[in-house]
Design a protein around this ligand. Structure first.
Ligand code: C2E
Ligand code: CA
Ligand code: CA
Ligand code: CA
Length: 280
């Protein structure tokens, strides 16, 4: 019996080693991903439900790894956060989006770009200096950037967060709360943060049907957000029914497969131009 448990322990041990070496390999690959041009920025349109125009595009990372293939951000963002690689990656992404948004402004002069910010990055002392430096060096006005932060990013150090958000606002950056409704906070604290936009998490939209509790939750979030003078984005809008419900509830913006999946930069221009005048 002792022998058997000994073997089990050994198996566990090797399994753990394998797992760790896999993580290390992935980490080493991720370290080199930027210089190897394996990272790409995809963009997903966000539509103003009143004007039907695309006003914002959200930047979403894609990692196309030569020997493994496509790796989802759900898999590599946590690793990038643990290893601190998220900082150089986000700086690289910001530079890319500067180049891209300038090109887009030649045919859509008011387009804004949404960029996801990780907690580990936001909590660095010089975060505000870092991002304002990059957009300035690339000659893009901060008002064309909307930073998306989750409740769990800003809540742990609420006082410090308020200061940083105020500084970002003074530069002209737009601010959004991402994945709203999945954290532990309530709308009541939001007035303390100088944010512009609330993005309702897609889990609420997915379960949306006129007769479910989620419909009540969604319409309540929209109403309260409007009372706090925040614009509302619904994420993960996949069907005409969801879109119609959100429009009836006076939701301001919609994002999701019903409009478009995220796409590479080179497909964006024709998509935006074909969309103009096209009414959902
Ligand atoms: P997120 O910020 O909540 O982004 C929305 C995710 O929902 C994206 O997944 C998008 O492709 C997906 N999505 C959009 N519309 C629909 C829809 O109608 N149906 C469904 N089923 N999904 C939809 P993606 O691109 O896989 O990104 C996943 C997450 O990875 C993002 O969630 C974000 O948290 C993180 N992420 C992606 N890019 C970055 C980045 O540059 N920096 C950081 N820190 N995180 C990022
Ligand atoms: Ca986001
Ligand atoms: Ca989200
Ligand atoms: Ca998310």
């Amino acid at each position: 019996k002792a022998k058997e448990s000994g073997r089990n322990r050994f198996e566990l041990y090797t399994a753990k080693l394998d797992y760790q070496s896999e993580v290390v390999t992935l980490e080493n690959h991720l370290r080199k991903a930027i210089e190897r041009n394996e990272l790409h920025v995809y963009y997903q349109p966000i539509v103003n439900m009143k004007t039907k125009k695309i006003e914002v595009i959200e930047a979403l990372l894609r990692w196309n790894q030569s020997n493994i293939g496509f790796v989802s951000p759900v898999q590599f963002i946590p690793l990038a956060e643990e290893t601190g690689l998220i900082v150089p990656i986000t700086k690289w992404l910001l530079e890319q989006t500067c180049i891209h948004i300038k090109a887009i402004h030649s045919f859509a002069p008011h387009m804004k770009v949404g960029v996801n910010i990780s907690a580990v990055h936001f909590q660095q002392d010089d975060f505000v200096e870092q991002v304002s430096h990059i957009v300035k060096a690339n000659n893009v006005h901060p008002r064309f950037f909307k930073f998306e932060l989750t409740e769990s990013t800003i809540m742990p150090n609420a006082e410090e967060s308020v200061q940083k958000l105020v500084q970002l606002k003074q530069y002209g950056f737009k601010l959004a709360i991402d994945d709203f409704g999945t954290g532990f906070s309530s709308l009541s604290y939001l007035h303390r943060f100088p944010i512009d936009v609330l993005k309702i998490d897609q889990s609420f939209i997915r379960r949306l049907s006129l007769y479910s509790d989620d419909a009540t939750i969604v319409s309540t979030i929209i109403m309260m957000a409007h009372n706090l003078h925040l614009a509302v984005v619904a994420e993960g809008v996949e069907t005409e029914q969801q879109y119609a419900f959100l429009k009836a509830q006076r939701c301001d913006f919609a994002q999701g497969y019903y409009i478009s999946k995220p796409m590479p930069f080179n497909e964006l221009q024709s998509f935006i131009q074909e969309w103009d005048g096209y009414i959902k």
